[in-house]
Ligand binder design. Sequence first.
Ligand SMILES: [Ca+2]
Ligand SMILES: [Ca+2]
Length: 102
Amino acid sequence: MTIRIHITPVAIGLAALGVAALLATSAAAAQSGDARQQRLQALQERMAAADTDGDGAYSRAEVEAGFPRMAEHFDQADTDGDGLLTREELRALAQAAGRRMR
Ligand SMILES: [Ca+2]
Ligand SMILES: [Ca+2]
C-alpha cells in the first residue's frame, strides 16, 4: 500500500496536531526525503495504533487516547454525526485547523 504525502507549509503547521501531516495527502507529487518519509511512516503507524479496534475509523475514545489535541474538535469533525471519525473526516478537520492556525 502506498500513500502519497504532500507536505505544504499549512501541513507543517498542522503537524502540531500530531496526525495532520499524515492526513495531508494529495494527488500532487511529494518532494520527500528519507527522513521525512520515516517521520510520516511513524505518524502512519501511530494512526494505525490509535485505531485500536481496527475498524478504520476513530471513535471518541480512540481520538482522546491517540490524538488528545484533536478530541475537543470531535463533534465538529464528525460531520455525519455517526460518532466515528473516518480518515476523511479527520483530514477535513486537520485542514480546517490549518486555516485557523494561519
Ligand atoms: Ca476504530
Ligand atoms: Ca462520522
